[in-house]
Ligand binder design. Structure first.
Ligand SMILES: [Zn+2]
Length: 327
């Protein structure tokens, strides 16, 4: 257990490291990747007290400090988290997928979760990329486990194949996917995005349909970035300066993607991992998750997570071709 003295020491050692925190969904209850609104409020109270002048207004501020970011564009951000940001006057960046906001789609991984939540089928088998898979679905644990495995397998598939596989899964699980998602999977509306105080919430871009950008053809990549940017600018009537890579792992962006972002006028882009490398490249900003617990959050924002990842990288540097520590 970390006491305050240890947190303060870690904070001192990582004074020049930006701590960018990542959220996706919010709920009145804590569940998987959702952050409970109660925990989020405790976190806001903590940073407004402990880091009063260190809360940044954007992910690539010239100062060093803490910034909160929220991905995807879910309705629950507007309903549960935004009022708390207003209450505690904490700025944040909200990265949205324009196809999701436009009600053209719902997130493919949410469809999988929905199918498994709703099905009464008790045994399920499917072949994916030539590999046979089978799951027993007799309990919530088994269903959750199946959803997680399917999401992980399909992540590497090109987006058109993902839709085809989800249709196949939907048939096998005997559930029809509604055109519009149920509340817990639904997106904010354009009106809600316009309603949020732009001084408090930067709206950033997160592509149009949330594909893995490095799996896209040149044409798809241009569409995903350009269409998303143009729609946001048109609907919000303001420049869009910050981008978030869908999925956000080191293989999910490339120099080609970064060049296109620069051409479109983006000033920063965030990843979805932290590796102990104090990356000063504003198109490869590292983030840590704020979801797990208050204890974990304190470790993140005080730099303990950064130091521990840095130590792991140091120990494994001789075996690791991505030697993040020495760069
Ligand atoms: Zn996302």
């Amino acid at each position: 257990m970390f006491d305050n003295a240890k947190l303060q020491l870690a904070n001192l050692l990582t004074e020049n490291v930006n701590k960018i925190v990542m959220y996706h969904k919010f709920s009145n209850l804590s569940h998987n990747i959702e952050s409970s609104s109660k925990l989020f409020e405790q976190q806001l109270i903590y940073i407004t007290k402990a880091f009063k002048n260190k809360i940044l207004s954007s992910p690539n501020s010239r100062q060093t400090g803490i910034h909160l970011t929220i991905d995807d564009g879910y309705q629950d951000f507007y309903d549960l988290a935004y009022p708390l940001l207003v209450k505690y006057e904490v700025p944040a960046t909200f990265y949205v997928c324009t196809g999701f906001i436009n009600k053209e789609l719902w997130m493919w991984y949410d469809k999988i979760e929905y199918l498994l939540e709703t099905t009464s089928v008790q045994y399920f088998e499917i072949s994916l990329a030539g590999q046979p898979h089978a799951w027993s679905l007799t309990s919530k644990i088994e269903k959750d486990n199946c959803a997680l495995q399917l999401q992980s397998i399909l992540k590497s598939f090109p987006s058109n194949e993902v839709s085809a596989e989800i249709n196949a899964i939907s048939q096998l699980l005997e559930i029809e996917i509604p055109v519009l998602p149920p509340y817990k999977y639904s997106a904010c509306s354009w009106e809600q995005l316009r309603d949020m105080d732009p001084e408090l919430v930067n709206i950033g871009a997160h592509s149009h349909t949330h594909p893995i950008l490095t799996n896209c053809t040149d044409e798809q990549l241009s569409f995903e970035l350009k269409h998303c940017t143009e729609l946001l600018q048109k609907e919000l009537q303001r420049p869009i300066k910050h981008f978030c890579y869908p999925n956000g792992q080191s293989t999910d962006y490339s120099n080609t993607v970064i060049e296109k972002l620069k051409q479109l006028g983006y000033e920063s882009a965030v990843t979805a991992f932290t590796d102990g490398y104090n990356c000063k490249d504003r198109y490869k900003i590292r983030r840590c998750s704020g979801v797990e617990s208050m204890h974990r959050f304190k470790k993140h924002v005080n730099g303990v997570e950064h130091l521990s990842k840095k130590w792991t990288s140091f120990k494994t540097r001789n075996n690791n071709e991505n030697n993040v520590f020495s760069r």
